[in-house]
Design a protein around this ligand. Structure first.
Ligand code: P70
Length: 465
């Protein structure tokens, strides 16, 4: 099995604690079978998310000491602005405290009530802000993305014929922009190809439609392009990232992922009018336009993180290949999961793992809970609970993909942690018939997955180890 040794050594350690199965059974009951409600202290290996969970480098920790905490005009803002211009190529940038704040400001400006917003699969916060602005999300990702076994190398691609159909049906005036995500999270961390983006650019130029990038995982996407797409093997990650951004009109970014920081985000664009309005909105919701909800030191660490993410190609290779290593171990053990393996996570296919549980009894939610009890590893549901209810019918959306995400934080866990995780999940797979479905006991109206509470549809038989 191929494993890429870490391109760093460890300078600071944070102890983590192994608990007993009985302890974890009580902990998950207290958390009402929602891994978001577990205490971090009760988790051994935390694969809930790659968001804000990266280990910062010594250079980033040093940058924190250089924070200029002036209310207005912090030098760290200007450094961040220059870094965004240089690495991503956009003319203007407004910092925000995290990605969804950028989505909020962009959606309010670009979407008119009754508009349609096509996108290569939804993301939870992105779609919610589109809906809150009066828009309707339309999925235009290629069909292959909805099939967990399809080996297509660029399952994040947009199906241009679906875009054409939307234009024909509703007219370009009713389309706000296309929301284009790199390494599509909900599809399993699946990349887009440069060829697809180029073709989309042509289509959008013809119809006068803007392309707004979700830039959260563009560096990971660049690695897949370098590895898989003809003509890119000798291009650097930095060049590929810049080329991706060059075909788009602006971006939202959650800096908590590829940009290697624990908090932060930004909104960037080339259109000056949009920039003026974004600055006006950021002071209402975030803070002055030269900090947007971040401290000076946070902006310093972010600028350094952005530079590091593309400085050498070694880092991103190690990062994506570590994820792949987990996927390979699960393949060997016959555990059903999304292929090809994504950049930030391996996604277990809960429909195939637990075929005896109906989707309205939330198999992915139940599986994430049982993985925790079996191993102390925390994962995240990405299925019917995350997808929420259709605002028109009020029914659960029952998405095609019912997944559990094992998300790898950046520069945090070693090969031994990955081995341990894969062994535990393979063991649970052998006992899968004992796992029961769940029902809601508390269901929040928006982004319900974060705080929802559940109980088993029948009492859970404690699996015999
Ligand atoms: C995750 C996180 C955040 C995210 C993202 C993409 C492609 C925007 C954002 C928002 C955190 C998360 C968010 C909602 C549900 C579960 C988890 N993804 N676009 O774990 O950015 O969190 O900074 O506001 O992946 O995948 P932010």
């Amino acid at each position: 099995m191929k494993y890429i040794p870490e391109p760093f050594r460890i300078k600071t350690v944070e102890p983590i604690r192994m608990t007993t199965r009985e302890y974890r059974r009580r902990a998950i009951e207290k958390a009402s079978y929602n891994t978001f409600l577990l205490r971090s202290e009760d988790v051994y290996i935390d694969l809930l998310t790659d968001s804000g969970t990266s280990a910062m480098s010594d250079a980033q920790w040093a940058a924190l000491q250089m924070g200029d905490e002036a209310y207005a005009g912090s030098k760290n803002f200007y450094d961040l602005e220059e870094t965004v211009q240089e690495i991503f190529g956009y003319k203007y940038m407004v910092p925000t405290h995290q990605g969804r704040a950028a989505e909020h400001i962009m959606s309010q400006y670009l979407i008119k009530k009754g508009d349609y917003v096509p996108g290569n699969m939804y993301f939870t916060t992105t779609r919610l802000h589109q809906e809150l602005a009066g828009g309707k999300f339309v999925d235009v990702i290629i069909d292959e993305a909805h099939d967990t076994t399809n080996p297509h190398p660029f399952k994040g691609n947009v199906d241009i014929s679906k875009m054409q159909r939307l234009v024909d049906e509703v007219g370009v005036d009713k389309i706000s922009y296309i929301s284009y995500e790199t390494c599509v999270n909900m599809a399993g961390g699946q990349p887009i190809s440069m060829a697809n983006l180029r073709e989309l650019r042509k289509f959008c130029d013809k119809h006068g439609i803007k392309i707004m990038l979700d830039n959260t995982r563009t560096v990971e996407n660049a690695y897949f392009i370098q590895k898989r797409e003809e003509g890119y093997a000798n291009k650097s990650i930095r060049e590929i990232v810049k080329e991706i951004c060059s075909y788009t009109d602006g971006c939202t970014c959650s800096s908590k992922k590829d940009c290697l920081v624990n908090i932060g985000g930004f909104l960037a664009m080339n259109d000056e009018e949009f920039f003026v309005e974004a600055k006006a909105q950021v002071v209402v919701y975030e803070g002055l336009h030269t900090y947007g909800g971040m401290s000076g030191r946070d902006m310093a660490a972010l600028a350094q993180g952005i530079r590091e993410s593309v400085e050498t190609d070694d880092y991103i290779k190690y990062r994506v290949e570590l994820t792949n290593y987990l996927g390979e171990l699960l393949t060997e053990a016959g555990v059903p999961h999304v292929v090809p393996h994504g950049g930030h996570a391996i996604f277990l296919d809960a429909k195939r793992f637990l075929p005896h549980i109906d989707q309205d009894q939330f198999p992915a939610q139940a599986l994430a809970a049982e993985i925790y009890v079996e191993t102390g590893v925390r994962a995240m549901e990405r299925g019917n609970v995350s997808s929420g209810r259709d605002p028109e019918t009020g029914e659960n959306r029952r998405p095609k993909l019912e997944l559990v995400r094992l998300t790898i934080p950046r520069r945090v866990y070693t090969q031994a942690h990955i081995d341990y995780t894969a062994e535990g999940i393979a063991r649970l797979y052998q006992k899968r018939a004992q796992i029961k479905g769940l029902k809601f006991v508390f269901e929040p109206k928006q982004l319900r997955f974060f705080q929802a509470r559940f109980e088993p549809t029948e009492p859970v038989a404690v699996p015999v180890s």
